[in-house]
Ligand binder design. Structure first.
Ligand code: KG4
Ligand code: ZN
Length: 354
């Protein structure tokens, strides 16, 4: 039996590993939240020909990339990996094979270095990427999480304490960007490409903003996607090419507009005086502009992390694990992966996969 001991006062360096989807991400942070490294190996080139992530390819690529990415992320320790205080790893939600690759590697490190293992919820880690900054508004705040897999609104009462306010009923916002881009013949991932094409447009096609009038804080993106498909379907190839920027711009305005409408509603309903926007879609410059306008209009404070902390990364995993280490919430070596883990949901030990 391996006995892993630690002292809350002596910890300094936390390694964070995220392999929930198609980025092999490892980061190193200190107990005070200082970022020492943030290394990401992207699998974009491997998935691009398929227009989306192929789970089998993703899992195999993580296995290949993890040793090298981890070595780079640990370079600030000058080869002395034993100076690490703990290893934090995403255990869900995500693709089962991808999650298993990261978790198995993290368990190996934990066992061989005799350092504690910490289990992190990927959605909470995205929110943690904003809480890490000195510019983050005071709690309680509203968090808007917009990525390829999730679109959620939550009230963050304390770090680790979340009240679910709303979520998507079908596609996630980033997923809608990716699907619409694919339909328009644009590259994967669709978000950055649609943003670029839309920026060059002087006009825009008006598309609906689904569920913007509904009383709840939920989202729906499949109707918007269908509206784009139906519009494009009626165009000749020449019209399609000519109108592409206006279509991209119209789609982007509708997709992001709904986010802002619901965010405003969440702020009014909760009375929170600040918000954060996190996840891959938060890289979008138009969304950042709309968020700034909303904050000014309502007189609330807000924070959106820099682009490299919005997309999947290991820093957010390490950062969110800090309070777990402080509280002694260590994971066991029989920790499972949880592909459908929800915000605020803790993993239960003892199962291979749930
Ligand atoms: O957080 P993330 O890296 O991975 C997930 O956990 O899903 O988010 C990836 C998603 C993709 O759907 C991508 O198209 C979208 O974020 N994205 C963007 C932009 N950059 C990435 N969406 C809109 N505008 C962008 N600039
Ligand atoms: Zn993510």
């Amino acid at each position: 039996m391996v006995v892993i001991s630690y002292s809350p006062l002596s910890f300094t360096y936390i390694l964070g590993i995220d392999t929930s989807c198609d980025d092999t991400s490892v980061g190193l942070v200190t107990a005070t939240g200082e970022i020492l490294s943030n290394v990401v190996a992207s699998q974009l080139i491997e998935h691009a020909p398929f227009g989306g992530v192929v789970p089998e390819i993703a899992a195999r690529s993580h296995l290949k990339a993890l040793p090298c990415v981890t070595e780079q992320a640990l370079s600030p320790l000058n080869g002395d990996w034993r100076r690490l205080s703990a290893i934090a790893v995403t255990c869900g939600p995500g693709l089962v094979g991808s999650l298993l690759a990261g978790l198995s590697y993290a368990k190996g490190l934990s066992l061989s270095l005799a350092k504690p293992l910490l289990a992190v919820n990927h959605l909470e880690a995205h929110i943690g990427s904003a809480l890490l900054s000195a510019d983050c508004p005071q709690l309680p705040l509203v968090a808007l999480l917009v990525s390829g897999g999730h679109t959620s609104l939550a009230l963050v009462q304390e770090e680790g304490e979340y009240l679910h306010l709303g979520g998507t009923r079908d596609d996630a916002c980033g997923e809608a960007f990716d699907k619409v881009a694919k339909y328009l013949g644009l590259a994967y991932p669709g978000g950055p490409v649609i943003e670029r094409v839309a920026e060059g447009s002087g006009e825009r096609v008006e598309f609906p903003r689904p569920m913007s009038d509904s009383a709840d804080l939920d989202f729906s993106y499949s109707g918007l996607k269908t509206a784009v498909v139906n519009y494009v379907h009626k165009l000749s190839p020449q019209e399609r090419e000519r109108e592409l920027p206006a279509i991209a711009c119209g789609f982007q305005e509708s997709a992001l507009g709904v986010l802002i409408i619901k965010l405003e509603k969440a702020l009014r309903e909760t009375g929170a005086k600040g918000f954060v926007v996190v996840g891959g879609v938060a890289v979008n410059r138009r969304l950042r502009e709309l968020a700034r306008n909303l904050a000014e209009e309502l007189g609330v404070s807000y924070h959106i992390p820099p682009a490299d902390l919005c997309t999947d990364n290991g820093v957010m995993v390490a950062a969110s694990a800090r309070h777990k280490l402080e509280r002694g919430e260590l994971a066991e070596l029989d920790l499972a992966v949880y592909p459908n883990l929800e915000l605020g949901q803790a993993p239960e030990p003892g199962f291979f996969s749930r």
